[in-house]
Every structure is written in structure tokens, then in C-alpha cells.
Design a binder for this molecule. Structure first.
Ligand code: SF4
Length: 368
């Protein structure tokens, strides 16, 4: 369905995501190949420089990249595939993907995915990464699935109690079962030549938010009108300008009203939860804040701390962030305990969050 709209202009969010991926990939390459940095073939991205797509590099991107490089173990001698494309024939002859990183070691296949967006991405039964796993097994491991597979999502800006690095282990049987579902759904949607089947069943869901065809998808249009998810058949139909304007203004007004209603109910739910009453499906949770230098810790103090520990913690002329300082110390095998006296992670605000069935399913294993 998205095929006719592949050339749609990128959004600000996707441009920022592309730049952040480039920063993370480049930092990992620099740590994995320091000889390339010495020869000038590779260079660490710097704050406020431009990524190749013209987006300015931010501190969040640099911090995220350090976390990424550290999580995947980017270091000389550690063999990691970085952004290496795989075919996923076992799902569909036209299916392929590019895992951000993958490696095989100690009998465990690790597949990593980097997400820079704020929207929480669940690692458990994450279909995108499961397709990557299948592709890595086919493309690099001769089709033989190791007994242990671990998928890790690194999402530095997801301020969720689960933290920015989330892993989930799978057995070979899990991979067989779950990628079997992918195979079944892909073949229901697309023929062997890669063309959408005219009678392909479609179901709206959260994925519609990122679908490039959503403005023209008749199924999504009908859902937007009824504000509920639906199953049926999806076709493409571009709305004429007058109808488009009418529907857009109707949706804008509806959204305003829905938001007002939703906010009112949320306040009521928060009040009840604060009194100790339960509201089915909802809970109050606090998110951890960012690791920061303590109030009053200035550049000179960080420089002295670095000198005491034997590591440079100043990058012209500002101190590195506490996250970067941790990474620097870890890479140099220096105990970071002293850092704890200079940094803190303020507790985030309590927020109303939606509890779902995933926690229970995680406790009882993969859904078959
Ligand atoms: S149902 Fe959702 S994901 Fe599928 S084509 Fe329509 S908008 Fe896109």
C-alpha cells in the first residue's frame, strides 16, 4: 500500500532519526576501528556539526551514540556486523532488512536495533527485529538457528521505567513459531512477485500512524470516521481537495473534543489512583530522569575529577555529560564509583500510564 508513496518528502522526525542513526553508526565505527580514526578515514561526530542529511548534531544524539556503542560492545577485535543488509526469504522472497547491528558469540545470536524517537518501542515480540533475526540466520548462519537468540532495542530518549536498553531472549522454537506467523501474513498480503494481493485482508492498528499511505487508505479513512480499529479490505483512493478539506477540519475538531474529554478522564483517574483506588488498565508510574551533574559541580570540578581518575572528562570547553563520562571510564576499565558523588538521577514526575497485557505475557512466555 505504501509503494506508490515512497517518494513522499521526509518528515522532521524522520530526518532527525536518520541523522541520529548516522551519528550512532559513526561513533560505533570509530570505537571498533580506532586505526581508521588515527589515519583520518573516520572521525567522531561533533556537537552542532551537520550530519550528511544536513541536520545539526545534538547532545542527545551524541549521548545516544555512546550508549549504542557501549551496548553493542563496539571495540577493536569484537566482530559486529554494523548496518549490513540481510535477505529474509523465509518470510517472503521480497522481504529484506538492515539490522543496525548483529553478532554471534558464545552460542548466542544478538540482534540490536537503535531507535531515536520518544515513542516507546516494545522489544517483546517486536516483529521488525524478529524479521531481522530470521534474515541474519538465513544470510549469515546458513539457515541454522542457534539455541539462544537475544534481541536488544536501544532507545536513549524513551523515558520509561524499563530503561533505554531493553533485551528479550528467544529460544530457537520461539523464532520458528513467530517467524512462521510473519511468513503467513506476508504471503497473505503480497504475491510471489511482490505485488499486493487484491483480496489481502487488512487491519488497522498502531502501525497506521507511520504508514505513508494512510491519507489515501479507505480502511483508515473509515476508521478515522468511526474512531475505532476495524478489519476489512483496504484500497487506495485519493480524496478530491474539497472532501479532503472537509474531512481534515472534521477530524481536527473531533480530535480537540476527544483530547478535552480524554484529559478530563485522565485527571479523574489520577485523582482516584492517588487515593489508593484502582482504575482497571491504568497505573501511576514514575520515569527515571536524566543522569546529570549535581548542582554546583562546575567545569573545574569535573576537570579535577577527571585528573584524579586519569581520564579526560572535558571536551572543549564543556564537561562531557555524566553518561559520556561513565562510558569513557568503562572503556578504560576505571571504576566509576566516584562519579556517583558528583551525579544524580532526579526522579521523574509520576505519570498516568496504561498497563497492558504484555507484562503478563512476558511472565508466562511467548504467545503461541
Ligand atoms: S490499514 Fe493502516 S497500515 Fe494498512 S495501508 Fe491502511 S493506513 Fe496503512
Amino acid at each position: 500500500m505504501q509503494a506508490p508513496y515512497q517518494d513522499a518528502p521526509p518528515t522532521e522526525e524522520s530526518l532527525e532519526g536518520d541523522a541520529a542513526h548516522w551519528v550512532a553508526h559513526t561513533v560505533a565505527m570509530c570505537y571498533a576501528h580506532p586505526e581508521g580514526v588515527e589515519l583520518g578515514a573516520l572521525d567522531f561526530p561533533r556537537l552542532k556539526e551537520k550530519a550528511p542529511n544536513g541536520v545539526e548534531i545534538t547532545q542527545d544524539m551524541l549521548d545516544g551514540a555512546e550508549l549504542w556503542a557501549d551496548t553493542i560492545g563496539a571495540a577493536p577485535g569484537n566482530f559486529i556486523n554494523l548496518e549490513s543488509r540481510v535477505a529474509v526469504m523465509g518470510v517472503h522472497p521480497h522481504c529484506y532488512g538492515t539490522p543496525d547491528a548483529d553478532k554471534m558469540g558464545g552460542g548466542v545470536l544478538d540482534v540490536y536495533d537503535y531507535k531515536f524517537g520518544h515513542r516507546f518501542v516494545e522489544v517483546f515480540e517486536n516483529w521488525q527485529t524478529l524479521a531481522y533475526v530470521k534474515g541474519v540466520i538465513e544470510t549469515r548462519l546458513g539457515g541454522v538457528c542457534p539455541d539462544k537468540v537475544r534481541v536488544t532495542i536501544v532507545q536513549p530518549r524513551s523515558y520509561n521505567p524499563a530503561g533505554p536498553v531493553r533485551s528479550w531472549p528467544y529460544s530457537a522454537q520461539d523464532i520458528y513459531t513467530l517467524t512462521g506467523k510473519l511468513h503467513e501474513r506476508a504471503h497473505a498480503a503480497v504475491d510471489m512477485d511482490g505485488r499486493p494481493k487484491p483480496d489481502a485482508p487488512a487491519t488497522t492498528g498502531p502501525e497506521c500512524r507511520d504508514c505513508k499511505a494512510r491519507h489515501a487508505c479507505t480502511l483508515f479513512q473509515s476508521v478515522a470516521a468511526r474512531i475505532v480499529d476495524s478489519s476489512g479490505r483496504a484500497d487506495l483512493f485519493e480524496l478530491p481537495p474539497a472532501q479532503l478539506g472537509a474531512e481534515l477540519s472534521y477530524l481536527d475538531e473531533t480530535l480537540q473534543r476527544l483530547e478535552a474529554r480524554r484529559n478530563a478522564l485522565a485527571i479523574q483517574a489520577e485523582t482516584l489512583l492517588a487515593k489508593g483506588q484502582s482504575v482497571p488498565g491504568y497505573a501511576m508510574e514514575s520515569s527515571p530522569g536524566n543522569l546529570s551533574w549535581n548542582d554546583g559541580v562546575d567545569v573545574d570540578e569535573v576537570a579535577m575529577l577527571g585528573a584524579t581518575l586519569g581520564a579526560a572528562l572535558i571536551r572543549d570547553p564543556q564537561p562531557v555529560t555524566p553518561t559520556q563520562a561513565k562510558t569513557i571510564l568503562k572503556r578504560r576499565a576505571i571504576d566509576d564509583e566516584l562519579l556517583g558523588a558528583y551525579t544524580s538521577r532526579p526522579r521523574g514526575k509520576m505519570k498516568l500510564t496504561r498497563s497492558n497485557t504484555i507484562k503478563a505475557r512476558k511472565a508466562f512466555g511467548v504467545n503461541r
